[in-house]
Write a protein that binds this ligand. Structure first.
Ligand code: PEP
Ligand code: MN
Length: 359
């Protein structure tokens, strides 16, 4: 259910409605808009008895939300969501020295329609040297968010599992030195505090998209969540996973398509670009695409990155490595710095006619 307030509703009238919803043992979610406030209601099993709410002063109308996902739906939140990241704001220097290439502390990255947000970097944190080199390379090329996993979900228990907490420290150092924002995966609730502290965006991987205790845990964090699509998840299941994060009070969710399982074996996964238009139609959340895991082969990444942009993606997550042939994980799909630079040039050229600007 969505309560739409009148455009001239006062803050006091809004408070009364919020309290009335709580009195019904339901959860109100105020959604301030450009012209008026709406209040989403969650927590009801059946239909909400609307009579107690529609008579309250300042209430314009009550709208029933038909989809099973509520806060993630356009029915409840018509305007596009923009997720804002400001990596240096509110952080102490942690004794790591002053940033050399740092952006101004107030410089924000805004993820959503009209922008092209690039998140790039190696699959895993391997050494401090390669992470610093990557962060400097990205910042010099105008890419302000770096990806790299410290905790790695690997198919084989004998494969490199990531550097863990030590890897997080390296990522923090890179942010402190260069001002780059950090995107890194959280695999389990045990490391939630550590990853929340180190990351600017918490990545939830494809294998954990329906790990509901993990989703509930990140719903309590204050960091935006990059929610990868489960490799066999429908759009509705994906949006229900986003709903878990939002239901707990974290509205900053970025969807990320990364390829699904199909009968095709010419690529690692089948990058489902056809999910972008319906995702945009049903949800207000920004959507990014990861053509690296989507294809599994670096030769195919540029074509699918450009196609993602044309299909309406708000950004891209790309694996790039200073020495891809010797990467500890996912080297085959990682671009070299030279390859990444070339792709970035093509993306900028395509972004212009699409009305998008590189963040
Ligand atoms: C990754 O981004 O390195 C990763 C493991 O992604 P996914 O969860 O999509 O496989
Ligand atoms: Mn990877």
């Amino acid at each position: 259910m969505l309560v739409v307030m009148q455009s001239h509703a006062t803050p006091a009238q809004i408070s009364v409605v919020l309290q009335a919803i709580r009195d019904l043992k339901l959860t109100p979610h105020p959604l301030p808009g450009a012209t008026r406030t709406a209040i989403g209601i969650t927590g009801n099993v059946g239909a909400v008895d609307s009579r107690t709410l529609e008579v309250l002063p300042g209430v314009s109308e009550l709208i029933r939300v038909t989809k099973p996902f509520k806060l993630a739906s356009r029915e409840m939140h018509e305007a596009d969501t923009y997720v804002k990241i400001n990596p240096l704001a509110g952080r102490a220097s942690d004794g790591l020295g002053s940033p050399s290439l740092a952006r101004p502390a107030n410089s924000e990255t805004v993820i959503g329609p009209g922008t092209l947000t690039m998140i790039a970097g190696p699959c895993s944190v391997e050494t401090e040297t390669m992470i610093l080199r990557t962060a400097e390379f990205l910042m010099e090329n105008g890419v302000r968010l770096m990806r790299a996993g410290a905790f790695k979900p690997r198919t084989s228990p004998y494969s490199f599992q990531g550097m863990g907490l030590e890897g997080l420290k390296i990522l923090e150092k890179a942010r402190q030195k260069t001002g780059i924002g950090i995107v890194t995966e959280l695999m389990d609730t045990e490391h939630a505090d550590a990853v929340e502290h180190s990351a600017d965006i918490i990545q939830i991987g494809t294998r954990n998209m329906q790990n509901f205790s993990l989703l509930k845990r990140v719903s309590l964090t204050r960091k935006p969540v990059l929610l990868k699509r489960g490799m066999s998840a429908t759009l509705e299941e994906w949006l229900m996973a986003a709903e878990y994060v939002m239901a707990g009070g974290n509205y900053n969710v970025i969807l990320c398509e990364r390829g699904i399982r199909s009968f095709s074996d010419h690529s690692r996964n089948t990058l489902d670009l056809s999910v972008i238009p319906p995702a945009k139609k049903l949800s207000h959340l920004p959507i990014m695409v990861d053509p690296s895991h989507g294809t599994g082969k670096r030769d195919y990444v540029p074509a699918m990155a450009l196609a993602s942009l044309a299909a309406g993606a708000d950004g891209l997550l790309i694996e790039a490595h200073p020495d891809p042939d010797h990467a500890a994980s996912d080297g085959a799909q990682s671009l070299s710095f030279e390859g990444f630079k070339k792709l970035l040039e093509s993306l900028k050229r395509l972004a212009e006619p699409l009305g998008k600007r590189l963040n």
